[in-house]
Design a binder for this molecule. Sequence first.
Ligand code: NAP
Ligand code: ZN
Length: 347
Amino acid sequence: MLVQAYGAHAGDKPLEPLEIQRRTPGAHDVQIDIAYCGICHSDLHQVRAEWAGTQFPCVPGHEIVGRVSVVGAHVSGFTVGDLVGIGCIVDSCKHCDDCGAGLENYCDGMVGTYNFPTPDAPGWTLGGYSQKIVVHERYVLRIRHPEEQLAAVAPLLCAGITTYSPLRHWNVGPGKKVGVVGIGGLGHMGVKLAHAMGAHVVAFTTSESKREAAKALGANEVVVSRNANEMAAHTKSFDFILNTVAAPHDLDAFFVLLKRDATMALVGAPSSPHPSPQVFNLIMKRRSLAGSMIGGIPETQEMLDFCAEHNIVADIELIRADEINDAYERMLKGDVKYRFVMDASTL
Ligand code: NAP
Ligand code: ZN
């Protein structure tokens, strides 16, 4: 079936309206009428060919929410009309150790929601800046938030799980001092989630304009990281730091804030390397540098249920499809509190 979408024909071209093909749902497939799709910084990295291997036309979007409109004959978990979400994963091998552990995000055969090989036309996956998507039911998430919150639920499908998973993996909770670096789409979710998990949360931002706003998200303290004195006040005090920054920057400024044996996990994926770390900042206190990528399907459902229970959604600015190019420019300037979400009815 042909559906309307928004995408780009080259890395240096703006996004524009496109018509794309979606497969006829198979026995295990769910077809979703997309209501909203969040705008992740990864969408920008990919569609502008800042990462290797972008296929064009490229239709980004992996923070998808909507309603089930068709189910295949063997679909057991969903019925027409259900409120559902699709995140960054639309397929995986389904039989490796990672898939068996519910960590499809680390499966070597993981198929991302856009720009991954698929038998469907045109040969690579096309994402959520579109009216409909067809996905195997294993990768469909159930949304338990009230429908009025649907647009603000969309960013949970990437920004939410990408911050929830490392916060859980590194045992963030009561009695722990946790830093979140970069208060954008991911970072603002990291602050909300770490706060809901009971940690003492410190938000690190380069934007003076976010100092008060970050407190409203649940940060106990806010540090403007350009201010050396403010940074020094937190030396050797953190149990864990989650770094979401989308650009290369000085990691050592944050390593020295970790306690002995503590970890900084990077989730930001800049297109060129960081200029650090200094090995001595790691070995002197047995500190660790780690990374983390989105989360598996069971943990994504766990995160959505945790957010529904704690009444957590993203802080969003709703836009039309024809505002996506402007939204990218504003995202690069840090001029969004904190996530753009596209209304798919404007496609
Ligand atoms: P975003 O909304 O643009 O937020 C990034 C934040 O980083 C900005 O708001 C800004 O926060 C800070 N920042 C930006 N440039 C900076 C610089 N030069 N120096 C210091 N701070 C800077 O982006 P996002 O959607 O949250 O995504 C963040 C990164 O995570 C991207 O690289 C994205 O590709 C990646 N990502 C990774 C995964 C994963 O699985 N690991 C998943 C999704 C996204 P302040 O204004 O507060 O300083
Ligand atoms: Zn994303």
